[in-house]
Design a protein around this ligand. Sequence first.
Ligand SMILES: Cc1ncc(COP(=O)(O)O)c(C=O)c1O
Length: 439
Amino acid sequence: MPSKTETLYLHAKQRIPGGTQLLSKRPEMMAPDLWPAYYQKAFGCEVIDLDGRHYYDMSTCGIGSCMLGFADPEVTEAVVKAVKDGSMSSLNCYEEVELADKLCQIHPWATQARFARTGGESMAIAVRIARSTTDKNEVAICGYHGWTDWYIAANLGDSNNLRNMLLPGLDAYGVPEQLRGTTHTFSYGDQASFLELIKNRGNKLAAVVMEPMRHHAPPAGFMELIRSECDKYGIILIFDEITIGWRYCFGGSHLNFGVNPDIAVFAKALGNGHPIGAVIGTAEAMSGVSRSFISSTYWTERVGPAAALATIAKMEKSNAAKYVNDFGVKMMAVWTELGEKHQVKLHTTSEVGCLASFAFDYPDANAIRTLYTQLMLEQGFLAGCAIYPTLSHNEAILNKFTGTADAVFAQLAKAISLNQVESSLRGPVAHTTFQRLIK
Ligand SMILES: Cc1ncc(COP(=O)(O)O)c(C=O)c1O
């Protein structure tokens, strides 16, 4: 008999186009027909699904949004107070000014901040500001920056332009053809591809938009080169810290390697599960705000800023970034040791523990990943080839995970050697269209 979770998801696929609001939360991305689509409770790194089954989340932990763990008590207390005191009014919430001050104090190069509620819209705001400030249209990118037109326009004319930005083969349906040629790509760490683009388009560029790092720190001199070319051509440098910010180190990852942008953008971990996005910048870079129209009712609600203030306070006092990096390094050691012990070929794909990940080294790696997830689910773990560790993961949970994964790797090794990976699957092989998390 199908579970409540499965039945509801089958219904949702008829009622909600795409099934979910976020591609990465489709069960098909992990283990089709098996991965629980819905939860009733989430706390720390534990989840109870609709059928009452308990799981430890050793996967993306809210797609990177909950670095302190789900329903963190201190953040929840601040949010509940904000709700009880009125999360909306005809006046503004004072917490947004406190949050602006705090972000500028942590990033002394910035003096101003605007707020939104999601990552994608915050990035759209940052690009709008850059275009308004510089009076130029074109943009250069080398990372993932969300769902909006300015970004997906990169794939107009060639659906593979974003292949290195983790959206290979994505057709730009619904994005006006007129935007073709407004967003250009270059490769992360590749000085030659950046310089070539600057040579051709430098005078037209309003912004260079990039994730300052993801799984690997920038190669020596790369960020410095980008900074100096942006200065030379009057281009606004925007760092998208939505995934790596707070996680690699407290504040933006760029604080660690000493090259400042003109604008930086935060979301995800900033609210620890509550919607808040921030665009901070120098007064000069932000000057285009007042010439443009950037305004929305729910950007004024109170829960987001209240959550962000509590989250920042806890991340700071607990040194959460160090904790999640150390935990992720231990996870990568466990994967490597189990691979060696059971002779399952794999390699880790991240240099940083805060975004720990690995890949199986087989032609049918995706089927093996699906089987791994299936077997871990049967033992009460949400697990794939990547984890966004949280402050709530601890040694006891790591030990439980290691013991379970040890037995699962033995089963995997057997299935691989007998050529029985696909026949051991209880559902189809997972989809890979959105490959960001397993790169
Ligand atoms: C670097 C980066 N930028 C932007 C986004 C988009 O953020 P959101 O999903 O909140 O719209 C993401 C989300 O994964 C991201 O990782």
